[in-house]
Design a protein around this ligand. Structure first.
Ligand code: TPP
Ligand code: SF4
Ligand code: MG
Length: 294
């Protein structure tokens, strides 16, 4: 178990320009504290690459590359092959990409890299839309959310389709290790990062990252919103390894989804009927979780 006192005082990511209350900085900073200075970071177009590479500053003190939006998996393959060709065995290859860059445009490159069994760590931080370009929906935007291209209005309640299940897509690859996490649960995330250091092959962590700007909540509520997502069952913390799924946190009784939805501007248009349907969807998903994994 990772303890704060064991963490290095070295900072490998600092001085970024993320919005106040954003979990991005925490995710990158903690991930690199666990992996250490022998890490190379791949960053596709996203908030993460934007807020950490504003010219003339580069906020990483480890080698890092930004590249095309779709190519994280391909670059990780190349970096991992490059290390192997040079006989370097003590370095980590880390990709940090958003939900759009992972579940939409980058899915093919990621799937190929996982299927080939290349040795890398992939973190998908999920702020549930294309935030860097002004809050457009992705396939990980939850049902009912208002975004600029799933707008809520008289003819629409916002995003119409439920969130794609990326964790299960990775499990379908029989990947050596996959997990879900949340920036509101930093110890859980750090323990998962610690674990992937000792696993060969592709490793995937899908981490929820509440976004005050795109979701519409005050910046000091980021951790509260992230915890409410888990407590209401709108997100879950789990791990897949050795062919089995383990749930890391199982709320005794799930709170009503309304407690999570009502705190965010992106859901404020929802009617009681809309909220009831979202809760029913949540219940169906949790019935599947109970049947298969609990
Ligand atoms: C091929 C291509 N299409 C579109 C863009 C514009 N673009 C840059 S970042 C981005 C959104 C990224 O969304 P996501 O991956 O969820 O990361 P976030 O910005 O939310 O952190 C888009 C559409 C691009 N750079 N390349
Ligand atoms: S738009 Fe959202 S995800 Fe991007 S830096 Fe701001 S708070 Fe973070
Ligand atoms: Mg995003």
């Amino acid at each position: 178990m990772v303890k704060v006192r064991d963490l290095t005082d070295e900072e490998y990511l600092y001085g970024h320009k993320a919005c106040p209350g954003c979990g991005l900085g925490t995710i990158g900073r903690l991930a690199l504290k666990i992996l250490g200075e022998r890490t190379i970071v791949a960053l596709p177009a996203s908030c993460m690459s934007t807020v950490t590479t504003i010219y003339p500053q580069m906020n990483y003190s480890v080698p890092s590359l930004t590249m095309a939006f779709a190519g994280t998996g391909a670059l990780l393959t190349g970096m991992s092959a490059g290390l192997k060709a040079q006989g370097i065995t003590d370095a980590y290859v880390l990709g940090i990409a958003g939900d759009g860059g992972t579940a939409d445009i980058g899915l093919q490159a990621l799937s190929g890299a996982v299927e080939r069994g290349d040795d890398f760590i992939y973190i998908c931080y999920d702020n549930e839309a294309y935030m860097n370009t002004g809050v457009q929906r992705s396939s990980l935007t939850p049902i009912g959310a208002h975004t600029t291209n799933s707008p809520a209005g008289t003819a629409s309640y916002g995003e119409k389709k439920p969130k794609k299940n990326l964790f299960e897509i990775m499990i379908a690859h029989r990947i050596p290790y996959a997990a879900t996490a949340s920036s509101a649960y930093p110890y859980d995330f750090m323990n998962k990062m610690e674990k992937v250091k000792n696993i060969q092959g592709p490793k995937f962590i899908h981490i929820m990252c509440p976004c005050p700007t795109g979701w519409g909540f005050a910046s000091d509520l980021s951790v509260e919103i992230g915890k409410l997502a888990v407590e209401t069952g709108m997100w879950y913390l789990a791990e897949y390894e050795n062919g089995k799924v383990k749930m890391n946190v199982v709320p005794k009784n799930l709170k009503p989804v309304e407690e999570y939805l009502k705190k965010q501007r992106r859901f404020r248009h929802l009617t009681e009927e809309n909220i009831r349907l979202i809760q029913e969807h949540r219940d169906r998903e949790w019935n599947l979780i109970r049947e298969r994994w609990l």
